[in-house]
Ligand binder design. Structure first.
Ligand SMILES: [Zn+2]
Length: 330
C-alpha cells in the first residue's frame, strides 16, 4: 500500500510516496536517499560531509584574523581538538492563509501648522508558506540553534564514521513554535499597522528531520579554552568564541565614552542657548545610546562571540522565539 500523507523531501521539497513497511527510500525528484523515522512517519535526510580536517583548521585560522579578535591569535592560539559530528535539526513548512484588515494612519501638517490624521484602510490577503529550521537536540556550548543552509548532497554514507547526536526535542513543540513564527511573519509581510479584523488559518504542512555535519574545533589561548564550529557542507564558520584584543577594547571604551559625553553635553549647551528642548532631549538620547553601545562592547569586548549563544540577549519574547528558530523565506 502506498501512503502519501503530506510528506515532502527535506532536500528538494518534492512530494514523497511511501510504501507501508518501507523505511528507506529514494526521492522520486532529486534521488536523495531518505529514511522514514519509525511510527512517527517523519522523513529524515542526512547531508554528506564535504570538509576535511585541514580545510576546517584553515577556515578557523582565517576567522581568527577577522574583526576585533586578539591580533596575536595566529601565533598564540593553540589548536587542541578538531572533529566532525552530525547534529539533528527540524525543518518545517507552515502555510498561512487568510485576510488581515485594518488601517494605516497618515499625518498631514498644513501651512498654519495644524495637523490632521487620515486613516487609510488596508486589506491584505495572506497566502504563503514559511519554512523554519530549529535544532532538535541540546546544542550544549556549540552556539548553533538553527540551520542556515538546507542545500547539499543527501547521503547517509558518513553515518557510520561520524558521531551522531540523537534527536531529543519534541516534534510537537517545533510545530507549535513554527506556527507562532509563521503567524508573526505573515503579519510582518501583510504590514497592516492597526489591525481591526483578521481571519487567518495557520496550517503545518510538513516536518522533516535533517542530520547536518558540523565540525567542532577547540583551541586554547593563554589559560582559556575557546571554540569554533564549521559548517560541514559549506565550510563556513557557524559559531565561535575568541579572545578580544585589549587595544581595540580600550580604544572603543575611550572613544565611546568621550563621543557619547560630548554629544550629550553639546545637546545641553545648544539646547539651552537656542531654548529648544528637542536639542537637549535629542543630544542626551544619542549620547546615552552611544554610551550604551560602549558598555555592551566593553562587557563582551574581552570575548568575541559569534553564533546563537544564550548570552546574546533577545529583547522581546518574539525575538526570543525568532532567535530560537531560524526563518527561511520561500
Ligand atoms: Zn528530493
Amino acid at each position: 500500500m502506498t501512503i502519501s500523507v503530506g510528506l515532502n523531501c527535506p532536500a528538494c521539497g518534492g512530494a514523497i510516496q511511501v510504501t507501508e513497511g518501507d523505511n528507506v527510500l529514494n526521492c522520486g525528484y532529486c534521488g536523495s536517499l531518505l529514511w522514514v523515522e519509525g511510527d512517527t512517519g517523519v522523513l529524515t535526510v542526512a547531508y554528506r560531509n564535504m570538509q576535511d580536517r585541514d580545510g576546517v583548521l584553515r577556515a578557523t585560522e582565517r576567522w581568527w584574523k577577522k574583526g576585533f579578535k586578539a591580533r596575536n591569535l595566529g601565533q598564540r592560539g593553540n589548536l587542541r581538538e578538531c572533529y566532525p559530528i552530525y547534529l539533528p535539526f527540524w525543518s518545517t513548512t507552515t502555510r498561512v492563509a487568510g485576510w488581515i484588515c485594518g488601517y494605516e494612519e497618515r499625518h498631514y501638517t498644513d501651512r498654519n501648522g495644524n495637523t490632521r490624521t487620515e486613516r487609510v484602510p488596508k486589506e491584505e490577503m495572506v497566502l504563503r508558506d514559511y519554512r523554519y529550521t530549529g535544532i532538535a537536540c541540546d546544542p550544549g556550548d556549540l552556539g548553533i540553534k538553527y540551520l542556515r543552509n538546507t542545500a547539499g548532497e543527501a547521503s547517509f554514507a558518513d553515518f557510520e564514521s561520524i558521531p551522531t547526536f540523537e534527536s531529543t526535542t519534541s516534534k510537537d513543540d517545533m510545530i507549535e513554535s513554527s506556527k507562532q513564527s509563521a503567524l508573526h511573519d505573515a503579519h510582518r509581510d501583510a504590514d497592516v499597522p492597526h489591525v481591526t479584523f483578521e481571519k487567518v488559518t495557520v496550517i503545518p504542512k510538513n516536518i522533516a528531520q535533517i542530520y547536518y555535519p558540523v565540525w567542532v574545533v577547540r583551541y586554547a589561548y593563554g589559560e582559556r579554552m575557546y571554540m569554533v564550529t564549521v559548517d560541514g557542507v559549506t565550510g563556513e564558520i557557524l559559531s565561535g568564541r575568541a579572545p578580544g584584543d585589549p587595544l581595540y577594547q580600550s580604544l572603543a571604551v575611550t572613544g565611546g565614552t568621550s563621543v557619547g559625553g560630548l554629544i550629550a553635553a553639546a545637546g545641553l549647551v545648544l539646547g539651552a542657548a537656542a531654548e529648544e528642548p528637542y536639542f537637549i532631549i535629542g543630544g542626551l538620547f544619542i549620547g546615552v545610546v552611544i554610551l550604551g553601545f560602549t558598555y555592551l562592547f566593553f562587557r563582551h569586548g574581552s570575548e568575541i562571540i559569534e553564533g546563537d549563544f544564550k548570552d546574546k540577549r533577545a529583547t522581546s519574547p518574539m525575538d526570543w522565539i525568532r532567535s530560537n528558530l531560524g526563518g527561511l523565506r520561500i
